[in-house]
Ligand binder design. Structure first.
Ligand code: KG4
Ligand code: ZN
Length: 361
């Protein structure tokens, strides 16, 4: 089976061709066109995103087919993200996918964007397959899952407010860094050094943010045990940035920006790592799969490895290219659904929010 994947849920227009079966499928091509225009506005403008997808979708798909060395007649199915995401943006991909499938007389399957992220790492590492604990950290979602098998998911925790990527983006804004902020915050945090040098208030040791929704006395079954919350952390960062820029405050309450970035990242990473470790221990998984744009953060991946290896769990993180939004993961999740005989009708629609399929009770 040769599947064309299409992803247009946010600000990337992407198409990919995947061939073969299940976990041994091969990625033949992947084209990702990132809409740089949103940098001007410091965030994604939905109307502009939709229009940019309209302009890009045909050449991006044609490029993916050409890179795979095939014509569209060689396709056996089309997989497209139909939610969650920006409805106008999603509609471009969904309408295109339905029209193409109709013309070619092949099936079309709608894919849940976050299920796509779950499959991304398996395209690069054949061992990143269920059963595993999964942490999906993107700009719109933060989800901790137990994955018994493909298509069989138990949501353990999610964010109560901001997503992890959103927190990175907002903190980047506070620090006057460009959008999307995650990689910039990570880079700035690295400038703070190891924290062992004695640099007075410039030392990372002197600024510590509370770990949000992480307490030792939490028990499994307590809703806070696995859930996340990042909006309080963002406010705490805002307050420190304000006092650090205010020359009338005491020197002790002023910190260099790299130290603030580092302290923020440390708090967020430790929360993600500790909750993931809890899931690994409760479900006895020996694999942890990371996904979503924030999974491209090296500090997070290294902290996961350090914490989880002693528990006997291997950490699988996607490359930066497959961590962020791409159509390869959509093609892979779509292939899984098509192989199970699932099909979407030509009434397939786009949804801003959509429940993850395959949820265990
Ligand atoms: O998965 P993704 O590409 O899009 C969504 O589905 O939202 O995730 C994008 C998010 C952005 O918030 C971006 O700032 C964040 O991932 N991100 C990072 C890094 N690279 C991307 N966050 C922290 N560190 C990074 N290196
Ligand atoms: Zn995403």
């Amino acid at each position: 089976m040769r599947v064309l994947g299409i992803e247009t849920s946010c600000d990337e227009t992407s198409a990919a061709v995947l061939s073969g079966r299940g976990d041994s499928a091969t990625l033949e091509s992947l084209v990702i066109l990132s809409q740089d225009v949103h940098r001007v506005f410091g965030g994604v403008v939905p109307e502009i995103a939709s229009r940019a997808h309209l302009t890009a979708i045909v050449p991006v798909v044609e490029r993916a087919l050409a890179d795979a060395g095939i014509t569209r007649e060689a396709l056996g199915g089309v997989a497209v993200t139909n939610g969650p995401g920006l409805v106008g943006a999603l509609l471009v991909g969904v309408s295109f996918a339905k029209a193409l499938a109709y013309v070619l007389g092949i099936p079309v399957i709608g894919v849940h964007h976050m299920e796509g992220h779950l499959f991304a790492t398996a395209l690069e590492d054949r061992d990143a397959v269920p059963p595993f604990t999964a942490l999906l950290v993107s700009g719109g979602h933060t989800l901790l899952l137990d994955v018994e098998a493909w298509g069989c998911y138990r949501v353990l925790g999610r964010t109560r407010d901001d997503a992890a990527g959103e927190a990175f983006d907002q903190v980047a804004k506070l620090l006057d860094l460009p959008y999307p902020g995650g990689p910039h915050v990570e880079r700035l945090a690295r400038e703070a050094g190891s924290g062992t040098r004695d640099a007075g208030r410039g030392s990372v040791n002197n600024l510590r943010f509370a770990r949000p929704m992480l307490r030792r006395d939490q028990q499994p079954g307590d809703p806070d045990y696995y859930d996340f919350s990042f909006s309080g952390l963002k406010t705490a960062v805002l307050n420190v940035v304000k006092s650090s820029r205010d020359t009338t405050t005491l020197p002790a309450s002023r910190f260099p920006l790299p130290v603030i970035a580092r302290a923020f990242q440390d708090a967020l990473v430790e929360t993600l790592v500790e909750k993931t470790a809890r899931a690994v221990e409760q479900f006895g998984r020996d694999r942890v799969v990371l996904g979503g744009g924030v999974a491209g953060n090296r500090t997070l991946v290294e902290a996961m490895e350090t914490r989880l290896m002693p528990l006997g769990a291997r950490v699988f993180a996607p490359s930066t290219r497959l961590a962020s939004d791409n159509a390869a993961m959509i093609a892979r999740a779509g292939l899984f659904r098509l192989e199970r005989g699932e099909r979407s009708g030509f009434d397939l629609n786009a949804f801003a929010s959509l429940p993850l399929p395959g949820l265990a009770g």
